[in-house]
Design a protein around this ligand. Structure first.
Ligand SMILES: NC(=O)c1ccc[n+]([C@@H]2O[C@H](COP(=O)([O-])OP(=O)(O)OC[C@H]3O[C@@H](n4cnc5c(N)ncnc54)[C@H](OP(=O)(O)O)[C@@H]3O)[C@@H](O)[C@H]2O)c1
Length: 167
């Protein structure tokens, strides 16, 4: 199963200077929890924004057109085409999820293939430079909205939304 996972503000903003525009530990915690023991696919720029450091306990795939790309991590798989990722996704064990984890370019090119969307919607307007792409939500149905915990460390109103593709 191919699942898009991302956080955005009210204006579809997702990034700033190669990183996230906000600090929202509850969302990061959820991201880590959900993706653990599954696969994360990300664009080369997102990977480099993380300092080329893959999270443990999950398979990371980095997408780049550079066939000689050095991920600096022997546990990271480098792939050079969408087709390679789709082929990989077809052969993962039943019940395992391939999460498409951004950034903007990567969400756009995988849009036709998503089975589910996991969106964290932050009700705030941040400053940044990377946006979630124009997206056809009519192909999906929102099936769940869960309000996120707001506290000193997570000082925004936000919610976790789940969409599934409608047949
Ligand atoms: N809020 C969130 O949930 C979230 C999640 C992830 C990322 N982000 C943010 O998004 C921003 C980065 O997004 P971005 O769009 O600039 O970069 P990106 O999507 O992370 O990476 C783009 C790169 O992916 C590679 N690529 C794209 N299409 C490809 C294809 N068809 N085949 C092979 N490789 C391909 C290219 O690498 P090469 O140039 O090496 O060929 C391209 O430059 C950062 O600010 C990051 O923090 C936010």
């Amino acid at each position: 199963m191919l699942v898009a996972i991302w956080a955005q503000d009210e204006n579809n903003l997702i990034g700033k200077n190669g990183r996230l525009p906000w600090h929202l530990p509850e969302d990061l915690h959820r991201f880590k929890f959900l993706t653990r023991y599954n696969t994360l696919v990300m664009g080369r720029k997102t990977y480099e924004g993380m300092g080329k450091k893959a999270l443990s306990k999950r398979q990371t795939i980095v997408l780049t057109k550079d066939v000689n790309y050095n991920s600096c991590d022997q546990n990271v798989l480098v792939m050079n085409s969408v087709e390679k990722v789709l082929k990989y996704a077809k052969q993962v064990e039943d019940g395992k999820i391939v999460y498409i984890a951004g950034g903007a370019h990567i969400y756009k090119i995988f849009e036709p293939y998503f089975d589910r969307l996991l969106r964290t919607l932050i009700h705030y307007s941040f400053i940044g430079d990377a946006y979630f792409p124009v997206f056809d939500y009519s192909a999906f149905k929102k099936v769940k909205t869960q309000v996120g915990i707001k506290n000193d460390k997570n000082p925004y109103d936000y919610e976790f939304e789940t969409f599934i593709r409608q047949d």
